[in-house]
Every structure is written in C-alpha cells, then in structure tokens.
Design a binder for this molecule. Structure first.
Ligand SMILES: [Zn+2]
Length: 322
C-alpha cells in the first residue's frame, strides 16, 4: 500500500518525509498500458520521480488545493505533469513526441536546446474573485548554467531559489515503486510554511548539512526496495528522530483522476455546436480520451443533440450541465 511518513529531528531545525508509491503507481502504469499508450521507460522513471516529489512537496507546504508540477521540454518529451491534491490524490501524464533513448535523463528528454522549464503551480481549492494560482518557474540548469540531469536537482534548485529552503531530495522509480526522501531545513520561526523565510541561514546550518549528507548516502536501490522503517533506521540511527503515524490508505497517497463526462461535455460546449457537428459528420462520434487515466468518453449525434439542448427545468440561456 502506498504510504507517506513524516518525521522531525528533535531539537534540530530539520524535518523529513519519506514516500513510497506502490499500488497507486502500478495502477497509473497499468492504465496507460491498457490504453495502448505506455510511456517509454525513461519517461516512466521521470513521472514516477515527479509523482513522489509532488507528494512530498504537497505535504511539506500544507496547502489546500492542487500542487501541479509541470516540466515543459524542448526534446522528445514536450510536457511531463504531476498533480497532487491536498488529500494526496495524484495523477500524472506526459506528452512524448519522437524517440526517447534508453536511460535518457532530464537533459536528453527535456532540455536538448536549453529551453526546458519546470513550473510549480499552487492552485487553491477556493479562490476569491480574480485570484490567479501562484506559480514559480525555474530553468533546468544549475547555478553555473550546467544542465541538470535529475529532476531531484531541478526541484532542490527550485526550493532554494524560489522558497529559500535548503532541501535535499532523493528520488527513484521503476515499474513497481516510485519513492522519495525529503530532508528540509525548517525556518527557525517554527511555522512550516513557505511564507516564513530565514535567508541568512541558507546553506550554513550544520545540523541540516549533516542530515542531508546522511540522506544522500541512500542508494536508488535501497530507496526502491527497503521499507520505510529500515531506511530511516539505517540512515538516522544516531539521530534524535521522531516519527509521526504514517499516512496510508484513504489518508495516504493514491491515484485518482478528476475527469468526468460532465467536464468533457462542458469542453465540447466550449468548442461550439458547428465544430462538434463537423466531427460527428466526419467520424460518426466524438471520442475524447483522458490523458491522465486513459478513460475514453464518447458522444454520438444523440448525445451531442442533448448536450446543446437546454433541459426544460432550466432558464433559457443557462448551461445544461454543471
Ligand atoms: Zn481521467
């Protein structure tokens, strides 16, 4: 079962989290394979690592809404997206055009011409009028313009640059498991949110540096195969680690897609009747597939007729679907 573990180091300004996506991650890949649209192996690794990172970041900011991690690429991978809700429900997708070479990393997939970008969007569940989601964007380069090869490095860079938070992120994924470990220096004010900053401590806190160094000894294999208890004991057995009850099942990370026939209907209404009728004439029906979960929605001529006909209960001019 997929799980997320939070912990702190007693008396030290450092906290951590460990996430293991197992059943939920396999469901994502199975759905994609069932839709005859499996991603190439390096893209599966990328998306798994992004899903683990998204769960860790969503949990670390305590934000009521969707955290959306998007990488816009200029190579064969045009887009990789992970969306994690505040209840840790997540979904992922990618747009791949062309050939992804085996074992390709971030540069070869997303940053061939140096134009790749990583955007992190916080989209609040309830918005006041005119409110737009918060978004931060970083390039896929380090401080010296060197192309970064791992998505963990891109996100560490983002956390430092945009949030002034020292963060150590270890990520790994295969077709069974997507997992991540996050170690973060907590702002000294105590509040664990992005609003509080403590810039003069960046890169200087000795406790954080020691714990991040210990975390970085974790190998990819260990992260993928060992259970959370073993990983934390192995890394931090000499440290004042205090753990919180793990989040799992309905409280833990899990796959869920927010698509629906109603939403697709609204999208078709946005296209307009002439456009939709043209598709019916050409293809007999409209087929819209969800890029996240693989479900295909079909609308034939009768469905389209109903879609564009207001139901009698509704005032003229109002939309038939809400
Ligand atoms: Zn869906």
């Amino acid at each position: 079962m997929s799980e997320l573990h939070k912990f702190i180091f007693e008396g030290l300004p450092v906290r951590g989290m460990l996430v293991r996506l197992t059943d939920s991650w396999r469901e994502v890949l199975q759905r994609r394979a069932a839709a005859n649209d499996a991603f190439p192996e390096p893209v599966r690794v990328l998306l798994g690592e992004m899903a683990a990172a998204g769960a860790l970041m969503q949990s670390s900011i305590k934000f009521d809404g969707a955290l959306v991690l998007q990488v816009y690429g200029d190579g064969p991978v045009k887009l990789a997206v992970v969306e994690v809700q505040s209840d840790l429900a997540f979904r992922v997708t990618a747009k791949v055009v062309g050939n992804v070479v085996p074992h390709a990393q971030v540069e070869a997939m997303l940053n061939v011409h140096g134009q790749g970008r990583c955007a992190i969007t916080l989209d609040p569940k309830t918005k006041f009028p005119g409110q737009t989601p918060y978004q931060g964007v970083v390039s896929l380069h380090g401080d010296h313009r060197e192309p970064l090869q791992k998505i963990s490095e891109v996100l560490e860079h983002y956390m430092l640059q945009s949030e002034q938070l020292d963060t150590c992120l270890i990520l790994a994924a295969n077709d069974e498991t997507a997992a991540g470990l996050l170690i973060q220096r907590v702002p000294v004010e105590g509040a664990a949110n992005l609003g509080r900053r403590n810039e003069d401590e960046i890169g200087l806190n000795e406790d954080y540096k020691r714990l991040a160094m210990l975390a970085s000894t974790l190998t990819r294999d260990e992260l993928l195969t060992l259970d959370a208890d073993t990983v934390l004991r192995r890394l931090f057995w000499e440290e004042p680690l205090r753990r919180f009850p793990p989040q799992t099942g309905e409280d833990g990370p899990r796959f869920a897609c927010s698509c629906s026939r109603e939403r697709v209907g609204r999208m078709l209404m946005g296209l307009g009747r002439p456009e939709v009728d043209d598709i019916i004439v050409e293809q007999g029906r409209v087929e819209i597939g969800c890029d996240f979960c693989g479900i295909k929605y079909h609308f034939d001529a009768v469905d389209v007729g109903e879609l564009f006909t207001p139901t009698p209960q509704q005032a003229p001019g109002s939309t038939a679907i809400n």
